[in-house]
Design a protein around this ligand. Structure first.
Ligand SMILES: [Zn+2]
Length: 674
């Protein structure tokens, strides 16, 4: 199978440069590529290995030991220093997002360990990726426990597997490359920080460039071998240039002026810690080596800032990564203007020879402070676009910590932090006979299973006589992520501006909560004549928050249509992801009105029927009652009953509202009585 040649990729210049710089200097720490689908992100990553230098290995070692410096703790070692050397191409290993823990870190054969006393270890993907590339497509969808294992391995440069006291450790240093579509959800901040560089990949806009992409793709699909052959020389030249840059890297100098530019830029962009400064320095060094220079210059620093900083700025989860190029120019200019704090050659040596220029530099310094303050305010305003016609949508009230809403029962969905579920991790609740190879041994249950057979098996020595059939595995209970589908009433009855702000604030709080619990979210809204899917189920809470902010209100209340549309969405999602259990959150005052002229009771009955349909489908639901004012109809109670769901008042959505809500509930009937 021939991959698409790296040199033949059109556009994607930043991505290709970032990959090349990582190849020159693996210490940069990998690359995250963000971009929509269909931008050849994966094709470009997979093409990289063909231009990476070959790797010298100890023949027969499954852990890719370097013959020049074999891992002293290698499970296949110790290796003889005089052993022959094998050379193989660099390897790209793909980690599927749904991979098992054993697949990633390798598996220990507990059956052989217990019955034969043999430590039998089958290496996983981390071992295969050592000294190569570990690629995770849709890295933002990677399960939490795999993320943790990956972070540990990346931080330590080793992989460690332990099962019931039997353990194996081996070296695992790799170039980590992830690709993701941000519309499907953002990455956990810890994992985001682990990537040295990030780039945004988008399809080229220019028709000529697009035409060339298509032309090459057609040629490659038509005859892959012939297409690859056309690019052999370019691939060879690129591979040689990378190898030369790698050889030159150690001798490239980072002058103090360049280092000061790096630290000034990092300070200007308010990044956390010093990791950004380090990554920027390494990237600038690699770029200088790649450009054939022996010293880092301003252009190297600029490139490094563009690639290393966008994902390291302090921000809240709803801000998309990005770098303001004007602010970068300004910070670079500031660093150049400031000069060294203590000029080594005494005052005068670095003094500007033109006082007029000096003045303008001071002016620029002042205006840059104003400009950055202005830029901040501008960004804030830009985050909440306001359509000019009709009344502007009510802004969401400040979000708060939301109460945990859960799906009742015990699920089997993907790991998360919401409802109770059978999971790979979590606390042990029972034991069972394993269906496949044991990875989570339940030792007491295993011993109990073996004990009655000891006489029959002719036990004579000190150890128990174990058989494979004795093995029992642990059943564990943890938490799963769910699909939280909001069904939000945006009709006229809800349109009082202050109340809509409170409603949006509550929904936003629940969205933030869903983000932290690794749920999928979706939103159906209803107003006027119809219900619409404002947001199809996605892991992108940012998208949901944006839709919510812009949600207009007013008109009639087609509650039944909203519920039926929600039922449609849930039916489709059940087919797509059957193990992810949904939680329907209906945000409404319970009113239902139909089109003018229809019987006034009909809309209410329709809503009841729609609710009963959802209940019959087994959908877990919560009704958030938004009714307010002196006269209360209590319609939301009726709706919650028909749904077979829980009822919460709007002010009960907050996590710390429990005590007050109980008081309020007990107080209400007594007031009615009085
Ligand atoms: Zn080895």
């Amino acid at each position: 199978m021939s991959t698409y040649p790296f040199s033949a990729v059109v556009g994607m210049d930043d991505m290709r440069l970032a990959l090349v710089l990582n190849a020159v200097s693996p210490a940069i720490g990998g690359l995250l590529v963000r971009g929509e689908k269909g931008t050849a992100k994966s094709t470009t990553v997979r093409a990289l290995t063909a231009v990476l230098p070959e790797v010298a290995v100890v023949p027969g070692c499954r852990f890719s030991c370097d013959p020049a410096a074999p891992d002293p703790a290698c499970p296949d070692g110790p290796h003889d220093a005089s052993a022959p050397v094998a050379v193989r191409p660099a390897r790209l290993v793909e980690l599927p997002v749904g991979a098992s823990e054993d697949r990633l870190v390798g598996s220990l054969d507990l059956e052989r360990a217990l019955t034969e006393g043999v430590k039998a270890y089958e290496p996983g993907l981390l071992a295969a990726a050592h000294r190569g590339v570990l690629y995770v497509d849709e890295v933002n969808l990677l399960h939490d426990h795999l993320v943790d294992l990956l972070l540990d391995a990346a931080a330590l440069g080793t992989s460690y597997v332990e099962r019931e006291g039997v353990s194996v450790r081996h070296a695992a240093r790799f170039l980590l490359v992830g690709t993701m579509n941000p519309e499907e959800g953002e990455l956990r901040p810890q994992l985001l920080d682990r990537f040295g560089l990030t780039v945004d990949a988008s399809a080229p806009r220019e028709p000529d460039v697009r035409a060339e992409v298509v032309r090459r793709r057609l040629a490659a699909d038509d005859d892959p071998a012939a297409f690859a052959a056309r690019w052999v020389d370019e691939e060879q030249a690129l591979a040689e240039r990378i190898a030369r840059a790698r050889g030159r890297l150690a001798s490239v100098v980072l002058p103090d002026a360049a280092l000061r530019q790096i630290t000034t830029v990092c300070a200007a962009f308010d990044v956390d810690g010093l990791r950004a400064d380090l990554v920027m320095a390494r990237t600038a060094l690699a770029h200088a080596a790649w450009s054939g220079r022996s010293e880092v210059d301003a252009e190297d620093v600029r490139v490094a800032a563009r690639l290393a900083l966008p994902h390291r700025r302090r921000r809240n989860p709803f801000d998309a990564p990005g770098l303001d190029e004007e602010q970068l120019d300004q910070a670079l200019q500031d660093a150049a203007d400031q000069g060294p704090d203590e000029p080594p050659d005494g005052p005068g040596a670095g003094a500007p020879d033109d006082s007029g220029q000096d003045d303008s530099a001071v002016d620029e310094g002042q205006s840059s402070a104003d400009a950055s303050a202005g830029a901040g305010a501008g960004a804030g305003a830009g985050a909440a676009p306001r359509p000019a016609p009709e009344a502007p949508p009510a802004p969401a009230a400040t979000p708060f910590r939301a109460r945990l809403l859960t799906v009742p029962g015990l699920g089997t969905g993907a790991a998360g932090r919401r409802s109770r579920a059978r999971t790979d991790s979590g606390r042990v609740t029972a034991s069972r006979i394993p269906a496949e190879r044991v990875t989570r041994l339940h030792l007491p249950a295993t011993l109990v299973a073996a004990a009655p057979h000891q006489l029959a098996r002719g036990r004579a020595g000190r150890g128990l006589v174990m058989r494979g059939e004795d093995l029992r595995e642990s059943v564990r209970e943890g938490r799963e992520g769910n699909l939280v589908l909001f069904c939000v009433d945006a009709s006229g009855s809800m349109a009082a501006r202050a109340r809509m702000s409170a409603v949006k604030g509550a929904v936003l709080s629940l969205l933030l909560d869903a983000y932290q619990r690794r749920d999928k979210v979706g939103m159906v809204t209803f107003r006027g004549a119809e219900a619409q899917v404002a947001l199809p189920p996605t892991s992108s809470v940012e998208a949901a928050a944006a839709r919510l902010q812009a949600l207009p209100t007013g008109g009639r209340t087609p509650l039944a249509a909203g519920l039926l549309r929600a039922a449609d969405v849930l039916r489709v999602e059940r087919m797509r992801d059957p193990s992810r259990r949904p939680l329907l959150v209906v945000v409404t005052d319970g009113r239902a009105t139909g089109s003018a002229g229809s019987a006034p009771t009909a809309p209410v009955e329709q809503a009841q029927r729609a609710a009963a349909l959802l209940a019959a489908a087994g959908v877990a639901s919560v009704v958030v009652d938004c009714e307010s004012g002196a006269v209360r109809l209590g319609l939301a109670v009726t709706l919650a009953t028909a749904l077979g769901g829980e009822l919460l008042r709007l002010d009960e959505v907050a996590a710390d509202s429990l005590a007050s809500s109980v008081r309020a509930r007990t107080a209400t009937p007594s007031r009615k009585v009085a």
